[in-house]
Design a protein around this ligand. Sequence first.
Ligand code: SME
Length: 156
Amino acid sequence: MDYSLLTEQARALAEEDGWYVPLLSNASALLYQSLPDLNWAGFYLVRNGALVLGPFQGKAACIHIARGKGVCGAAWQENRTVRVDNVHLFSGHIACDGASNAEIVIPLRDGRGTVRAVMDLDSPVFSRFTAEDEKGLEQFARAVEQAIHWQEENDA
Ligand code: SME
C-alpha cells in the first residue's frame, strides 16, 4: 500500500478548507476507497468529555464512546495508536458492526498535543493491520491533523 500517495492526497484535499467536516469526510472516503478489506473507516471527535461520531464510511455506528472505553476510548485515554489483531479478544471492545474482526485506532492531536479526535479503521480480516500499515496510517493521520484548523470546540 502506497501511504505516501494517500498522505499527499489528504494534503491536497485539505488545501481548500481547514474545517474538520469536509476534511474528515474526504479523509474517510480516501481511506475507504483506497485500502482493501475494510468495513468501516472514519473519525470520532472529542466533545464535552466524550467521543462523538464524526465523518465516516461504512455502516451506521454508535454515537458516543466514553473515555477509556473500547478501542477508540483506549487510544484517546492512552494517547497512542491501538492496533488489534482480533477484536473479540480485546476487553471492552464495542461492536458497532458485527463484521469487524480487526481494528486500528490512531489519535489526532492539535498543535498543543491534546487529542482532539481518533481515526478508526475496521476490517473483517483478522490481523488485517500490520506494523507497516500502522506507520503509514500514522503518517496519514499527521497530515490530516495538521491540515485541520482546530477550534476550541469542534462545532464552534
Ligand atoms: N469498535 C470501536 C467502536 C467504533 S466502531 O468500530 C465504528 C471500539 O471498540 O472503540
